[in-house]
Design a binder for this molecule. Structure first.
Ligand SMILES: [Mn+2]
Length: 456
């Protein structure tokens, strides 16, 4: 019989999902942990792997302690084994908590930042687990480099747990920048990773490697589907992983293009329609999903951004919140991300002066024509981007995916992060074009404003 495995990380017991209307205890990660325990028992899970940050940092000790103990007791009774490593949030609290409840089926690996292993026998099959835990709040070294030669056994399958960033995206992260190549080179069947809150499949082929992400989404930055991974380990290795939707709250961003919207009063209806479409287009409802929180991004071009801002400021969009398929869908915020559009760009382009030149430049860009001004602009942008990348200020692709602490420290920048190392020349070229159009529109908008003010 194969071993049924539930893999998770970053539960952060002690926190509560933010911005909910009325989730009550369903919003707490403490309750999510107990729900997960029930799930494991109900579904006949044999082994739970938790790759760090099970518990929020130490000031939540007492809240976490009782719930953890309750969960461990239930799992123990059901004969389910839990193998864990500590992350940057629970580097001190998890060893303490486990220390008090130490028992055969609850295993914390890699204490004090030293790799360790355990061998389990489940359903007549032997399996090795290896893991590394955070020794402190920060760890600037790559834990993969300290993995001892010969730790991984060749006579049975091995499952690995580690917490931290991936080095190629965050080379100087203070949260254990891990070399993916070094992990891959180990004869390990599976790597479960923690720290990045967005679920990420790194690779499917052996060794299978993924960040399960937060099973209970914590804030509006954690959009999309959140749950945990279910796997089976049999005589032929690991089966492909399956995500089990689990979070009681779901955060979504919806983009609505209002270029064609002439009357602002229609925006409300457009938002309502987009909300109704959510469950058809991207959300598969499941029993434990209790609430959806939506941020709306108004995009496209509008001729009068000031008037649009004034209109939006007067609206109470929470009134638009509604029930869809029996669940409250709430509008949290409406962002105006529209760009300025000059109605008669072609007329303006004929005028002398900087405004005319900018209008002409936008027309050139849109038509794919070149001009001396454009070549100059393009060169200086490429140089600036190069400088930015070399200065290492923009370290990660994972803006908004990582721990709040990390993102808040401003390591990442969306504009450059999206650009990525894997972007093709063609993609880069179209991003430069898009960015130039945006900048020209923005500058032109400023110019036109001044022009109107001069007249009045
Ligand atoms: Mn973490």
């Amino acid at each position: 019989m194969p071993i049924r495995i539930l893999a998770t990380a970053d539960l952060h017991i002690g926190r509560t999902s933010t911005q909910s209307i009325d989730l009550g205890e369903w919003g707490s990660t403490r309750y999510a942990w107990l729900r997960m325990v029930d799930y494991a028992i109900r579904e006949g899970i044999d082994l739970i792997l938790i790759a760090g940050d099970l518990v929020e940092h130490d000031n939540r000790y007492y809240e976490a302690s009782a719930a953890l103990k309750k969960g461990f007791d239930r799992l123990s009774e059901a004969g389910i084994t839990v193998v864990m490593t500590a992350g940057n949030h629970d580097h001190d609290v998890l060893p303490q908590l486990i220390g008090r409840t130490e028992r055969d089926h609850m295993i914390l690996l890699g204490r004090e930042g030293h790799w360790s292993d355990c061998v389990l026998e489940i359903n007549g099959m032997k399996v090795q687990c290896i893991g590394w835990s955070f020794p402190d709040r920060f760890h600037e070294k790559d834990p993969a480099q300290s993995l001892p030669q010969g730790l991984v056994r060749s006579d049975m399958p091995t499952l690995g747990l580690v917490h931290g960033d991936l080095k190629q995206y965050a080379p100087t992260s203070p949260y254990a920048p891990i070399s993916q190549e070094t992990l891959e080179a180990q004869p390990v069947d599976l790597w479960v990773m923690g720290h990045i809150h967005k679920p990420l499949r790194i690779r499917e082929a052996a060794p299978c490697m993924f960040y399960p992400g937060t099973p209970q989404a914590l804030n509006p930055k954690e959009t999309g589907l959140h749950g945990f991974e279910l796997l089976e380990l049999g005589s032929h290795g690991i089966t492909p992983t399956k995500t089990v939707p689990f979070s009681s709250i779901r955060y979504e961003d919806i983009d609505i293009d209002i270029t064609e919207t002439e009357h602002f009063s229609h925006i409300r209806e457009q938002i309502t329609n987009a909300m109704d479409a959510l469950f058809d287009e991207r959300i598969d409802a499941y029993e434990d999903l209790k609430e959806v929180v939506v941020d709306v991004h108004l995009t496209g071009y509008q001729p009068d951004l000031e008037a649009l801002n004034r209109y939006l400021a007067k609206q109470n969009f929470s009134e638009v919140s509604r029930e869809v398929e029996g669940r409250p869908v709430m509008i949290r915020r409406v962002y105006n991300l529209c760009k300025f559009r000059v109605n008669q760009l072609d007329l303006l382009a004929n005028e002398p002066g900087p405004a005319g030149l900018l209008a002409q430049t936008i027309l050139d860009l849109e038509a794919g024509r070149s001009s001396p001004l454009l070549s100059e602009l393009r060169e200086s942008i490429v140089a600036t981007m190069q400088d930015a990348r070399e200065s290492n200020t923009y370290k990660t692709l994972f803006e908004g995916f990582v721990d709040e602490g990390f993102a808040d420290e401003g390591f990442a920048d969306e504009g450059f992060a999206d650009e990525g190392q894997g972007a093709s020349t063609l993609e880069k070229e179209s991003q430069i074009k898009e960015w130039l159009i945006e900048e020209c529109h923005r500058t032109l908008s400023e110019m036109m404003k001044t022009k109107h003010q001069d007249r009045s």
